[in-house]
Design a protein around this ligand. Structure first.
Ligand SMILES: [Zn+2]
Length: 174
């Protein structure tokens, strides 16, 4: 592999940075592995994010359902204060009309797409039901750096806390 910035040939395809100019090569290796396609970045929102339209409809339905809470509440207040139940009417109209308008607005003007250009980022020839290729090194590939335990500190491990207390008890018995 050659560095795309300075053209320096790299010792192996596994190198993360160009040995001459320090250009980050890990992304380049992925593009090469994907036949020139830039792999989709995992934003953490995949599958979780609602489209603005769905969110709008949810808000509209919520506002609509709020009438079942506000109507008895305003009715109770009107009775308690012994006033004309105009509050109930206002609450019902506000919730029903507001909820309907919010839903209609969401349906008519808000985008139904989830996230930013997520379907377009998928390669066309890739099976959509498949997971994207692994972009990290699996834990099974990890090898310990060998004799890391052979330090002087670890050779003289102190006994456990209960060790010394048992010794003290034995001393007391004598
Ligand atoms: Zn370079």
């Amino acid at each position: 592999m050659h560095c795309p910035k300075c053209g320096q040939q790299q010792i192996s395809d596994e190198t993360r940075f160009c040995s001459k100019c320090g250009f980050l090569l890990s992304g380049v290796a992925e593009v090469v592995a994907n036949q020139g396609l830039v792999p989709a970045q995992d934003t953490g929102l995949t599958g979780k994010a609602d489209s603005p339209r769905r969110r709008g409809i949810k808000q509209g339905v919520f506002l609509f359902l709020l009438v079942f809470l506000l109507a008895p509440l305003t009715g109770f207040i009107s009775m308690a204060l012994n006033i004309e139940p105009t509050l109930v009417g206002i609450a019902v109209v506000l919730c029903v009309v507001g909820g309907l308008l919010r839903t209609i607005y969401a349906l008519m003007f808000e985008s139904g797409a989830t996230g930013a250009s997520l379907p377009a980022a998928l390669p066309a020839n890739q099976n959509r039901s498949e997971l994207p290729p692994a972009q990290s090194i699996p834990a099974s590939a990890y090898t310990s750096p060998g004799a890391w335990r052979d330090t002087n500190d670890l050779q003289h491990q102190p006994g456990s806390v209960t060790d010394s207390t048992t010794k003290l008890l034995q001393k007391d018995d004598q």
